[in-house]
Ligand binder design. Sequence first.
Ligand code: AMP
Length: 249
Amino acid sequence: MKVLVPVKRVIDYNVKVRVKTDGSGVDLSNVKMSMNPFDEIAVEEAIRMREAGTATEVIAVSIGVQQCQETIRTALAMGADRGIHVKTDEELQPLAVAKMLHAVVGHEQPGLVLLGKQAIDDDANQTGQMLAALLGWPQATFASKLAAGDGGLTVTREVDGGLQTVWVKLPAIVTVDLRLNEPRYASLPNIMKAKKKPIAGLTPEDLGVSAAPRLKTLGVAEPAKRQGGAKVASVQELVDKLKNEARVI
Ligand code: AMP
């Protein structure tokens, strides 16, 4: 079974995000970019499935600017077998990404698509669900445990009330949550080996999909600055402040 893992290049999670002065978006100039952390977890899980013999090939696919190739190389250095880069400079939104992944699935015929539950830049949490709808495949989102068997996957999902276990028939879409695994670091020999692994280049036109955005960003603003805290000398003072300053009791 082939496993397709879509990996998104996003602003690194350690970077303090700055909003552009004109409020049109986030400033990405000279900012460290990395693979979306949930996608690293998806790559790790796919490699573990291949190591366990439930998957035969792991294909990392990234859609976006030229530098997405670095993100694919990271997946290849972790252990993915080959990459696909769909190159576009358009501002990407989940529906366009899902449509392009739909077309890639048509070419590759994977038995499983493992995505991150959300990308940490736009926090959309939509692509996996939209892809499942376009394909008409079963989906299991927010996976924290996967086990293959009976022509399908048993997936433990992290839901508000705790954990839910579902079984999905393959082919299926699974989106992964934080506690599924701890991704491995790529070793130096594997980084070197990854340079020789193939990355196929495509464009949205090759896939017959328009990458043009459908939503317009009206404005981006930083969250309001928090007021500094204060120490109170007594419970009486606290109650007084809650009543008369914060007006919450
Ligand atoms: P989102 O719906 O934007 O929160 O993204 C959910 C998941 O979809 C990500 O964790 C990735 O697995 C995948 N994804 C989103 N955008 C891209 C992209 N441009 N290239 C590859 N995969 C993507």
